[in-house]
Write a protein that binds this ligand. Structure first.
Ligand code: NAD
Length: 293
């Protein structure tokens, strides 16, 4: 049983902390939102007055915050100063690679082990404890983090040095964003050509057009009963979240001079979709825009 500080108990952090409590860990919780903090306390966490109070005496500090600026603020404002000697720091937020490497370097300077460990699997995976963690950081820090992450997830993958967890996450989601748009375009073209959606699915899902976007998350209703298309594109993974990850991918691409014209196009299209008021719709709902609706 470890003493864990958990900062950021929103849609993802709340159920992740609940799984740590179920595994008999002690959790000291802090969130700026009284509602989020209240829910964590109801699940069995102890309430901390602020970040520093949560972190004080903790063996492990987990953050699950919206973006890089929040992680920098929380780390530089309190975590790095208040963490006990030997504490392990785990940031599970999805943030830019540069911020991830910046805070990791600051943690190393303070003599603290740290990993970046962004997730995929969404709120469903966070609740079920089946998240995938993509982890960046030194071998020794990864070895310490793994048993804790295993209480919240099923696949814990070491992606290499600090920041590589974030790099893996945005590379994967850039592929997903591009593939989803391509899949939507194919279904809408098929419709206009008089090709039945189920027929296209049956053929492409066993041919070279096959992808996760098609076979697990098909953007038209029918072929994959569990896909959001069958429930009016209720998220799942929101278009706003996809846009966030595509923008992070573009930032990263620019910072290293990588050529990502399809990633840039996907970011543009999701930006249009979100700008039209569809940010809370599932990302596969972009098919409506591609259909001209
Ligand atoms: P959320 O907005 O529901 O939760 C973030 C929480 O952080 C909020 O409760 C907020 O009050 C708190 N917070 C912000 N600044 C703070 C501070 N300075 N101190 C303490 N608390 C603070 O977001 P979420 O959906 O839980 O996502 C968290 C992270 O996980 C994001 O980086 C997101 O990109 C990533 N992610 C989300 C999903 C998903 O499906 N929701 C999936 C994969 C990854």
């Amino acid at each position: 049983m470890a003493k864990i500080a958990f900062i950021g108990l929103g849609n993802m952090g709340g159920p992740m902390a609940a799984n740590l409590l179920k595994a008999q860990h002690q959790v000291a919780a802090f969130d700026l939102s009284a509602k989020a903090l209240e829910a964590a306390v109801a699940a069995g966490a102890s309430r901390a007055a602020d970040v520093a109070a949560a972190v004080k005496g903790a063996e492990v500090v987990i953050t699950m915050l919206p973006a890089g600026k929040h992680v920098r603020e929380v780390y530089e404002g309190a975590v790095l100063g208040a963490a006990a000697k030997g504490a392990l720091l785990i940031d599970c937020s999805t943030i830019d690679v540069e911020s991830a490497r910046h805070v990791a370097a600051a943690a190393a300077k303070a003599g603290l082990d740290m990993v970046d460990a962004p997730v995929s699997g969404g709120v469903g995976g966070a609740t079920a404890g089946t998240l995938t963690f993509m982890v960046g950081g030194p071998d020794a820090a990864f070895a310490r983090a793994k048993p804790i992450l295993e209480k919240m997830g099923r696949n814990i993958v070491h992606a290499g040095a600090s920041g590589n967890g974030q790099a893996a996450k945005i590379c994967n989601n850039m592929m997903l964003g591009i593939t989803m748009i391509g899949t939507c375009e194919a279904f809408m073209m098929a419709k206009r050509l008089g090709l039945d959606a189920q027929k296209l699915f049956d053929i492409a899902s066993t041919a070279s057009g096959q992808s996760w976007a098609l076979t697990s998350y098909c953007p038209v209703p029918g072929p994959v009963p569990t896909s959001p298309a069958n429930r009016d594109y209720a998220a799942g993974f929101t278009a706003a979240m996809m846009l966030k990850d595509l923008m992070l991918a573009q930032d990263a691409a620019r910072s290293v001079g990588a050529s990502t014209p399809m990633g840039a196009e996907a970011a543009q299209l999701f930006s249009l979709f979100v700008g039209s008021g569809s940010g809370s719709v599932d990302f596969s709902g972009i098919i409506r825009m591609i259909d001209g609706r």
